[in-house]
Write a new protein. Structure first.
Length: 288
């Protein structure tokens, strides 16, 4: 039987609907649109140690069934986030999950240690799709040893549950999930965006400064569902499903695949009311 008010990592969620990192900033603007406290939770925009301006434009290209984005983790940095943003966020009345990224294992550890001391935060999500500067710029989740080191080091200092967000742009997202679990991860978030690109046919050159960008949206749902199913069959810790979710029916598929929670991402841009519409359907479904 499906659980529509699950307890994950010792945290009670009023429903399984979360907003994915980077698709609603810090959730503050949403107060003008709907009652944010109705959400199961919000995964905040990824925070880095220092402020980041992000990549040069263009940053987004839209397609009929998805979008490419190359934002570059633009954010105010840890200090400003803690002092100016977080006090407002903690008043939203829902579970707050802080997404963090670092350029090195040490940075991940430092950010997690600072963030985990803050009351009111439910969990910390590690964004392992950022480049490891100390290892030649490859993403942290592209090598098993990187996943192992980041999870092991952050678990040593964290007082909050650690969720590990993984992308399919690796040799094996399932192997990475198992490694993360073995090093103490409390949950797996999957999947992050799929790498793609766009060529400007007028110039013959890539549209994005970094050539590749993350593809997301309804088109990736079958791929995301497959990976979530596989991960759930191979780990014992909770899995949070992400990828192309736009409807109540999509949520049911991910829950039946084994996910305990889901995150809605790209569809927040298309219709910001999507999470609330899905929650309303969940409430009606649960009553029936």
């Amino acid at each position: 039987m499906l659980d529509f008010s699950p307890s994950v990592c010792g945290i009670r969620f009023k429903n399984p609907i979360l907003l994915a990192s980077g698709t609603a900033s810090f959730g503050l603007e949403l107060k003008k649109i709907y009652d944010v406290s109705k959400l199961g939770g919000i995964v905040l925009k990824t925070i880095t140690l220092e402020e980041r301006q992000g990549n040069n434009p263009p940053r987004i290209v839209e397609f009929p069934h998805g979008m490419l984005n190359s934002i570059g983790l633009a954010n105010p940095g840890l200090k400003k986030f803690k002092e100016e943003v977080l006090p407002q966020v903690l008043k939203l009345g829902t579970n707050i999950i802080v997404s963090v990224a670092g350029k090195s294992v040490g940075e991940f550890r430092e950010i997690v240690e600072e963030v985990s001391d803050i009351d009111g935060i439910s969990a910390i999500e590690l964004n392992l799709s950022c480049p490891n500067v100390e290892k030649g710029g490859v993403t942290f989740d592209s090598k098993v040893e990187n996943v192992k080191e980041v999870v092991k080091n952050t678990k040593k200092v964290s007082k909050k549950p650690i969720w590990v967000k993984l992308s399919p742009n690796t040799l094996s997202i399932v192997d990475n999930s198992i490694i993360a679990q073995n090093e103490g991860a409390d949950a797996i978030s999957a999947i992050n965006t799929i790498l793609g690109m766009k060529i400007d046919i007028k110039t013959g050159k890539p549209v994005f400064e970094n050539i590749f960008a993350g593809y997301s949206g309804p088109a990736i749902k079958p791929i995301a569902l497959r990976y979530v199913y596989e991960i759930c069959k191979n780990v014992k810790i909770p899995v949070i499903g992400i990828g192309g979710i736009s409807s109540f029916e999509d949520v049911l598929e991910f829950l039946y695949a084994g996910a305990k929670l889901v995150q809605i991402g790209t569809y927040n841009f298309i219709d910001p009311m999507t999470p609330i519409k899905i929650i309303d359907k969940i409430e009606r479904f649960a009553k029936d």
